[in-house]
Design a protein around this ligand. Structure first.
Ligand SMILES: *Cc1c(COP(=O)(O)O)cnc(C)c1O
Length: 245
C-alpha cells in the first residue's frame, strides 16, 4: 500500500467504526428501555482482538469507548504499550491457561473467563503476591458444549461458594457464550437461564461477592441478550468489521 492509500484506508475504517458505534449504542439503549432499564444500565464493551492499536485508539479517543475486551494474554500485552488506556477499563474475555495467569494479573481489572477452580486459585495467588485485587466473572458453559470451556450450569453455585473464600479476588458475576443457534426462542432460553442463575447467586451474597455483571451477547445477539437481562455486551466485529486473522 502507498502512503496515500493507507491514509485513505484508515480514514474510511475510522468513519465506519464511528457509525457502527452510533447504531449499536442506539440499539443497546432501545433494548435496555424495552427490558425496563435505563440505557446507562447496559455497558457496551468493544472487543478488540485482532484489531490494530490505531483503530482501538480511534474508538477510545474519538468515540467514547471506555471498556475493551481482549481474548489472548500475549496479544493484549503486546498491544498494551501502544493503547491510550487512560480512563479505559480492560477485561480479559478469552480462555486463560493457568500458566499465563501470572502475566495477566495486574494488567486487566477483570478476568471474565474464569472457567475452573484451578484458574481461580491461581488468580487469587498471583493477585495476592503482587498486592492487587482482581475482579472475576465465572464463565458458564450454558449449552453444555464439549468444545467450550466454562462451568456446568449446575456446578456454578458450589464454585461460587468455594471461590468466594479466596483472597485478593472478587466475584463480580457471570459470563456466557451460548451455542450458535438459528432459533431466536432457543437462544433467548439460554440467556434467560443465565439471568436466573445470576439472580440466584446475587441473592446468596457472601462477603466477597459483589455480583453485578451479567456479561452475555455478542455482535449477532446482543439485542436478545439485553432483552433477557444482560448488563454487559461484548461486541467486536459489528464495531470494527470482520476480523482478519
Ligand atoms: C470475539 C469475542 C466476542 C466478540 O465477538 P463478535 O461476534 O465479533 O462481536 C465476544 N466475546 C468473546 C468471548 C469473544 O471471544
Amino acid at each position: 500500500m502507498t502512503e496515500k492509500s493507507l491514509a485513505e484506508y484508515r480514514a474510511e475504517r475510522c468513519s465506519s467504526i464511528e457509525e457502527n458505534l452510533k447504531i449499536i449504542r442506539d440499539q443497546v439503549a432501545e433494548a435496555a428501555i424495552q427490558s425496563g432499564r435505563r440505557p446507562e444500565d447496559v455497558k457496551l464493551m468493544a472487543v478488540t482482538k485482532t484489531v490494530e492499536p490505531y483503530f482501538i485508539n480511534y474508538a477510545i479517543d474519538h468515540c467514547g469507548v471506555d471498556l475493551i475486551g481482549e481474548n489472548r494474554v500475549q496479544e493484549f500485552l503486546g498491544k498494551k504499550p501502544e493503547l491510550h488506556l487512560d480512563g479505559v477499563d480492560c477485561h480479559l474475555i478469552g480462555h486463560l491457561q493457568t500458566n499465563k495467569v501470572r502475566q495477566i494479573v495486574g494488567e486487566v481489572s477483570t478476568i471474565q473467563s474464569v472457567d475452573s477452580l484451578k484458574v481461580a486459585r491461581e488468580i487469587s495467588k498471583q493477585s495476592e503476591k503482587i498486592g492487587v485485587n482482581t475482579d472475576i466473572l465465572l464463565e458458564v458453559n450454558i449449552g453444555e458444549e464439549e468444545a467450550k470451556s466454562g462451568f456446568r450450569y449446575d456446578a456454578v453455585s458450589d464454585a461460587v461458594d468455594e471461590i468466594a473464600e479466596l483472597p485478593s479476588l472478587t466475584i463480580r458475576g457471570l459470563m456466557a457464550v451460548p451455542p450458535i443457534c438459528e432459533e431466536e426462542d432457543v437462544l433467548r432460553g439460554y440467556f434467560s437461564q443465565m439471568n436466573k442463575l445470576y439472580i440466584d447467586i446475587k441473592s446468596k451474597n457472601p462477603h466477597n461477592i459483589c455480583n453485578n455483571i451479567l456479561s452475555m451477547g455478542m455482535s449477532a445477539d446482543y439485542v436478545p441478550a439485553i432483552l433477557e437481562g444482560a448488563n454487559l455486551v461484548r461486541v467486536g466485529s459489528s464495531i470494527f468489521g470482520a476480523r482478519v486473522y
